[in-house]
Design a protein around this ligand. Structure first.
Ligand code: C2E
Ligand code: CA
Ligand code: CA
Ligand code: CA
Length: 278
């Protein structure tokens, strides 16, 4: 009936209003979050399967908002990207992570720091200059820094992207292709761009012990990276079965809740002392 239709309309607009206002609230509070010290960087260890030792970490941003409580990056990063706030936020992450990881790279000869860079950050013309300046200032070795980029960055391509990629490569910074397997034409990008590492998306890892197709895809990605001389990391490892399967496939590096959740810098200090994952 007409009345029902009207109610339904009211319901939907109400929901829409709520999601818009949540979005606006996040944007508003995120603006002040850096200055208010509400942002923290957590680190998730990456382990070499062969030696069972921690050989790096991925920096992951955390936001404990005084107004909104804990907000997850899956919710606020897209808003930070749309509003441009990701540029100052990304700089904060980089500075914090370089300073935290200084002693880890000094301690472990292979240790790498991986930092996520979203397409919007990548299109910032000053990215390479900013990185050069921060590496110089901190004394952090460029070869131990790895930028995790997604296909979105490469898909747009263009002279600016190519220039930035070439500059970063010249500087000795490593590039990791994040969420590998979820995009459309990853293979051609591997040929065209100086990528050092593939990161197999956790959606494949999580299904690999129950879904034959996913298992085949993970196995193919591992062989591919071996053939191309790239490092390979499986992310989202949650079970012993997954770890065993990956180990059989000779996957070099693993990351996931089974081994460690993302933790604060102090806990990485402690984990590095203990070195092995068990
Ligand atoms: P991502 O780069 O794919 O990061 C991996 C995500 O998987 C992280 O979620 C991590 O906590 C989670 N994870 C790790 N191991 C497991 C596991 O075994 N099982 C499951 N279910 N999840 C696992 P998180 O920290 O919530 O980050 C979500 C996304 O937000 C990231 O996805 C990344 O795209 C973005 N992000 C996080 N921090 C930053 C940052 O500093 N800068 C940028 N640009 N993006 C960031
Ligand atoms: Ca990595
Ligand atoms: Ca990542
Ligand atoms: Ca991922």
């Amino acid at each position: 009936s007409k009345a029902q239709g009207r109610n339904r309309y009211a319901f939907f607009t109400n929901e829409l209003n709520q999601s818009i206002s949540r979005r606006l609230q996040i944007e508003e509070h995120l603006r002040a979050a850096i200055d208010n010290g509400e942002l923290r960087v957590a680190y998730q260890p990456q382990y070499e399967v062969k030696s069972r030792s921690m050989i790096g970490v991925e920096a992951l941003l955390r936001w404990n908002s005084s107004a909104l409580g804990q907000v997850g990056p899956d919710e606020f990063i897209p808003i930070a990207e749309q509003s441009g706030l990701i540029v100052p936020i990304g700089r904060f992450v980089m500075q914090q992570a370089l300073s935290d990881a200084m002693q880890w790279v000094a301690q472990e000869p292979q240790f790498k720091l991986a930092v996520n860079i979203s397409p919007v950050q990548f299109r910032d013309e000053e990215l390479a200059d900013f990185l050069r300046q921060e590496l110089e200032r901190s004394g952090f070795p460029a070869s131990r820094l790895e930028l995790e980029i997604t296909e979105g960055i490469l898909m747009r391509g263009g002279p600016m992207v190519e220039n930035t990629l070439a500059t970063l490569h010249e500087m000795g910074i490593c590039l990791s292709m994040d969420d590998f397997g979820t995009g459309y034409s990853s293979l051609s990008y591997l040929r065209r761009y100086p990528v050092d590492e593939l990161k197999i998306d956790r959606s494949f890892v999580q299904e690999m012990t129950v879904d034959e197709a996913d298992r085949e895809l993970v196995s193919a990605a591992i062989s591919l990276s071996r053939g191309l001389g790239l490092r390979v990391v499986a992310e989202g490892v949650e079970s012993k079965e997954q770890l065993e399967a990956l180990s059989e496939m000779e996957c070099a590096v693993v990351q996931g809740f089974l081994l460690s959740k993302p933790v604060c810098a102090k806990e990485i200090d402690a984990l590095l002392m203990q070195r092995e994952w068990e």
